[in-house]
Design a binder for this molecule. Sequence first.
Ligand code: GLN
Length: 201
Amino acid sequence: MSDAPVIGVLALQGDVREHVAALAGAGADARPVRRREELEAVDGLVIPGGESTTISKLADIFELREPIDKRIAAGMPVYGSCAGMIMLATEVLDGRPDQRGFDGIEMTVRRNAFGRQVDSFEAPVEITGVAGEPFHAVFIRAPWVERVGADVEVLGTVTDGPAAGRIVAVRQGNLLATSFHPELTGDLRVHRYFVELVRAA
Ligand code: GLN
């Protein structure tokens, strides 16, 4: 048996394939998760980018909300990127009234925060715990974090441009979230960080 941690990617909607590939490249045994039994078999979970309102709806339809909340409460590491960050926030601004996240990170995020004119942009982000050059972060209709609870560590802020200073990477215990999409850049450092987190858990 290899010592590769088994990491699932919540496969309800969004860029599942890209995360599976990035996790595999970062040393995980990566697989899509759509059913309860699949969730039970993983050591960690990624919630991909996509559309949080849709992921929220499908989490109920696929009866995955309660099992995921339970695994989170039991300490399973979860990494959410973009829509996944929104799904991990305890409070969402500019969300749809019926969207609901998991019992995740004590923080307030604002959906589509960077402005509708600039749907997507790229900016350097320095991430605590990720060595080397600043991360070249890709933002697509991304949220930012407006408030964090006392137990939340801010790992990254935008370093340059009009959004400078905005919080875009956070961690609370085994829960990790980024506003941006490292799965689209070929830079595996964030996925490696998460794989190590899962290994350590
Ligand atoms: N704006 C999307 C949402 O609200 C997130 C966009 C993304 O994941 N790229 O869920």
